[in-house]
Design a protein around this ligand. Structure first.
Ligand code: M6R
Length: 607
């Protein structure tokens, strides 16, 4: 959740560090800090607040040294104060540590260190690491870091510098991501490739329990037994422009507007001329997929809602029974496994701790694992037996938008792929795929009408509660619409299956509780109209998402948003877009920054 950067080299370190940190700011942003080894010793600047505040403070300095560490923090232990900002230091101010993760046993370690005479100056769990390194340092920083992390329980991605060995950064990883890159500009460590992709697209991803020793012109990576490892570089297929706002006010708007392209990129080269699906990342496990009798999909947040749509898709198109679960809950279930059961993990970042832990749990049972992941080289992508990359480009806004529509597109491809291995005929498959290829144009036409959604946001901005409801394929869309609204505009929103309303939630409805109903031409159209009328009978204002040309729907609503016609199985890709835009405009109208919603972080690397 926090962003960590380490740099050793001769470039202008503070500007370089700030630029990298700005790209990580979305991960956590309640405080920020940096440390640098100058000729005079270890210097640091820390602020409570955003990275820009750190940048302003740095303008008052004239640092020239190296190596340097930067950090943007999403608080876990201790509030977002200057003292709790990272880096954290040892007693003598010689060791600096930046950390992403949670040290679960820090209280015990801290008590022991205090007994031994160490003086603490923050409430963070991280500070124990600096003091442990101080305690164990005996002329070898790498060894001191190794001894320190051997005592840690929990999750960490960390980078360490010390005045005793100022030519290097030591990085270590357990459950939280760390990448290393050494190129002409020098040696880099980061929690996210996006931060350093400006300098090189080639990255080394550390695995758990590995340690990296990074210098200006090289690196060594060792495993827990100190064996030096030969690790392959992963090429990141993003360019820097994709990680910038490119003239938009917010990343979220940019990413929503990119959806026609990201959907195209997700399906490009994966549909053959004769109506089949080609997914290179599944080639090696295609035989196992042929004999699959059950698929369980695990994910969190928006990726979980995409997975819920995936269940309908895969069951309908391929006939394979699908279970969908929250990765966080799955991990703690005592659940029997089916013999021919496969597991699919869906994650934009590929680093979500709950999803990663569920994957590790499944791997212990030797079940087949697949991933649908956007970030190339991320932990989930590396640890699954096979998978499909989204190729949606970097998603920076905390609210997931283009990743969702990309996930839906890939889940459609997967459903057809599995279907073709079974009873799905070529003409049926071609019909779905042809329509899938039409979606970018249709999404574009919704985005072109965004002013209309903005007007709706202006009209409804003073309401404090919203209901989103849909059925079948668009029940998850309703859940996603509600999540978007709550996470960036802090408005209470409920996402429900329209059918469930009368089992309780309809009691909430009155003239102050508007409903968004996904009421498209589909197998559940008639039932949706009944559910809409049940709400209207209780005076609930009704905004209906309807298929273009549906004149009758106006008799059942106060407001209508039209979207182009498509097949029901593909309709969530279109239906979600007005909900994304509505949430965005509501947030902006209320004066909130949709890219940086309070209390949230883009990548949830703690459980
Ligand atoms: O990176 P992941 O897809 O695994 O992330 C899962 C959720 O944390 C994420 O979708 C979250 O719910 C978003 N903020 C939703 O907009």
């Amino acid at each position: 959740m926090c962003g960590i950067i380490g740099y050793v080299g001769s470039k202008n370190n503070t500007e370089l560090g700030i630029r990298a940190l700005k790209r990580l700011e979305y991960r956590g942003y309640d405080s920020a800090g940096m440390a640098i080894i100058e000729e005079s010793g270890l210097e640091s600047v820390k602020v409570s607040g955003k990275v820009d505040k750190l940048r302003d403070k740095l303008k008052e300095t004239d640092f020239k040294g190296t190596p340097t560490l930067f950090h943007s923090r999403w608080s876990t232990h201790g509030g977002p104060t200057r003292e709790n900002a990272h880096p954290q230091f040892d007693c003598k101010g010689e060791v600096a540590v930046v950390h992403n993760g949670i040290i679960e046993n820090f209280t015990k370690i801290k008590e022991r260190l205090i007994e031994e005479g160490h003086k603490f100056s923050s409430e963070t769990d991280t500070e124990v690491i600096a003091h442990l390194i101080e305690k164990f340092y005996d002329g070898d920083l790498e060894e001191a870091v190794r001894k320190a992390i051997n005592l840690l329980e929990g999750a960490y991605g960390l980078a360490v510098i010390s005045t005793k060995e100022p030519d290097k950064i030591i990085a270590a990883k357990m459950s939280s991501p760390v990448v290393v890159s050494v190129n002409e500009a020098g040696g880099f460590v980061s929690s996210d490739p996006a931060a350093i992709v400006e300098h090189s697209k080639n990255m080394i991803f550390l695995e758990d329990e590995e340690i990296a020793i990074v210098t200006e012109d090289g690196f060594r990576i060792k495993d827990r037994d100190q064996n030096v490892l030969e690790k392959e570089e992963v090429e990141i297929d993003w360019d820097l422009k994709e990680a910038q706002k490119s003239g938009y006010d917010h990343f979220m708007m940019k990413e929503m507007m990119e959806q026609p392209k990201s959907i195209k990129d997700s399906i490009r080269g994966r549909i053959t001329d004769d109506g089949d699906v080609k997914l290179g990342g599944l080639d090696e496990i295609s035989h196992e997929l042929e004999s699959l009798e059950k698929l369980t999909i695990l994910a969190c947040g928006t990726s979980h809602f995409a997975s819920m749509v995936g269940k309908y898709l895969i069951e309908e198109i391929s006939g394979i029974p699908v279970e969908v679960g929250l990765a966080s809950e799955f991990r703690y279930r005592k659940r029997p496994y089916d013999k021919k059961e496969g597991f699919l993990f869906v994650s934009q970042s590929g680093e979500t701790a709950d999803t990663l832990k569920a994957l590790e749990e499944v791997k212990k049972r030797h079940a087949l694992t697949l991933g649908i992941v956007n970030v190339v080289g991320s932990s989930i992508a590396r640890k699954t037996d096979g998978g499909v990359y989204n190729h949606a480009g970097p998603e920076i806004g905390v609210a997931s938008t283009k990743a969702f529509t990309s996930q839906l597109s890939i889940l459609t491809l997967l459903a057809v792929y599995l279907g073709r291995q079974r009873d799905l005929s070529k003409p049926e498959s071609a019909k779905i795929l042809t329509e899938l290829e039409q979606l970018p144009k249709k999404v574009e036409s919704i985005l072109e009408n965004r002013e209309e959604i903005k007007e709706k946001a202006e009209r409804y901005k003073d309401y404090e509660h919203f209901l989103f409801m849909g059925r079948r394929y668009n029940y998850p869309t309703a859940m996603e619409g509600a999540l978007k609204l709550k996470e960036i505009s802090y408005i209470h929103a409920e996402g429900y299956s329209a059918a469930e309303m009368k089992h309780g939630p309809i009691a909430l409805i009155d003239e102050d509780f508007p409903t968004f109903a996904v009421c498209l031409q589909s197998s559940v159209y008639g039932k949706m109209i009944s559910n809409v009328e049940e709400i209207r009978a209780r005076k609930g204002p009704m905004i209906v998402l309807a298929t273009e040309g549906d004149e009758d729907i106006k008799n059942h609503s106060d407001d209508v948003i039209e979207i182009p016609q498509t097949m029901e199985v593909l309709s969530p890709v279109l239906a979600v877009v007005p909900f994304q835009l509505f949430a965005y405009y509501m947030a902006v109208l209320k004066g909130f920054d949709p890219d940086k919603p309070r209390n949230l972080s883009k990548v949830v690397t703690v459980e």
